[in-house]
Design a protein around this ligand. Sequence first.
Ligand code: GDP
Length: 289
Amino acid sequence: MLDRLGTGLKDAVKKLAGKTVIDRAAVEELVKDLQRVLLQADVNVKLVMNLSKAIKKRSLEEEPPKGMSVREHVLRIVYQELVNLMGDEVTVTLGPQIILMAGLQGSGKTTTTGKLARYFQRKGLRVGVICADVFRPGAYDQLKNLCNKVNVPCYGEPGVTDAVKIVENGIRELKNTEVLIIDTQGRHALEDDLISEIIDLNNLTKATHRWLVIDAALGQQAKEQAARFHEAISIDGVIITKMDGTAKGGGALSAVAETGSGIVFTGSGETIEDLERFDPDSFISRLLG
Ligand code: GDP
C-alpha cells in the first residue's frame, strides 16, 4: 500500500520520514503534492478539495494506532481517502439479470457489451445480447461480430429505428438466457431523445443494473454525462474503458461521485477478453504514478 502511494508523492512522503509527531507543515506539503498529481490526472477540483480537507483533518486529529509511525499513519489515511474516492465496491452477481448499457458514442459501449457477454459466459452463465443502438450504422454488425467470436446470441433489427420494439422482441427471442445485456444508442451529445429513449428502455426491461461506460480519457465532461444519465435511469455502476491508453482515468471519478456508485469493471484493449474487475490498488497507483 505504501509503495503504491510512493511514486507520485515521493518527495512529500520522504519529508514525513522519521517524524515522531504529526507536523502540520509536512501534512500540508503532502496534500499539496497530492492535489497537483490528482488534478493532472483529471480528477475534478471539488473532489480534490474535499479529499484534501479530509486528509488534513484526519491526519492532525487522529492518533496513530500503537506501533504505527507517523509516516505510516498519514499514508494510511491518504490511501483510505483515495479508496473512498473510488466509490462503493460494486458486487457482480453471477445469476439471472438484465444489464442496460449507457454512455455516449465512442465511449466503448458496444465493445464493452461484447466483453461483458464474454465475462458472464466464462462464469458459466447463458448470455444473450441485444443491439438497441439504432443510431450508429454498423453498430449491429460490430456487436454481432464480437458475439460470434464467442458464440453468444446477439439479437438486432438493423434498419429499424424503434429501440423499444427491438428490445421487446429481443427479450422474447432470448428468453432462455440468464444474463441479458442491452447495448443502447450513444450520441455525440446528451440529446433529449437519447435520454427519453433510455428511460423507456429501463422502464420496459426493469433492468437489474444500469451501467455507465466512460472513456478514461474523458475529463471534466464525465460529470455532466453521469449526472444526466443518473437522473434518467439511476446508474448503479461505472465502467471505465481505454485504460490501456495514456489517460489516468481521473475524470471518470466524477461519474462515480455523481452517481454515488462505484467502478464495476475497467477495459484495457479492443479485444473481447480485455475486461477486468475493478481493482482500487492498481487504479490508485495509476492515478498517482
Ligand atoms: P461506442 O460508440 O460507445 O459503442 O464505442 P465502441 O465500442 O465502438 O468503441 C469505440 C472505439 O474504442 C472502438 O475503436 C473500440 O475498438 C475502441 N475501444 C473500446 N474499448 C477500448 C479499450 O478498452 N481500449 C482500447 N484501446 N480501445 C477501446
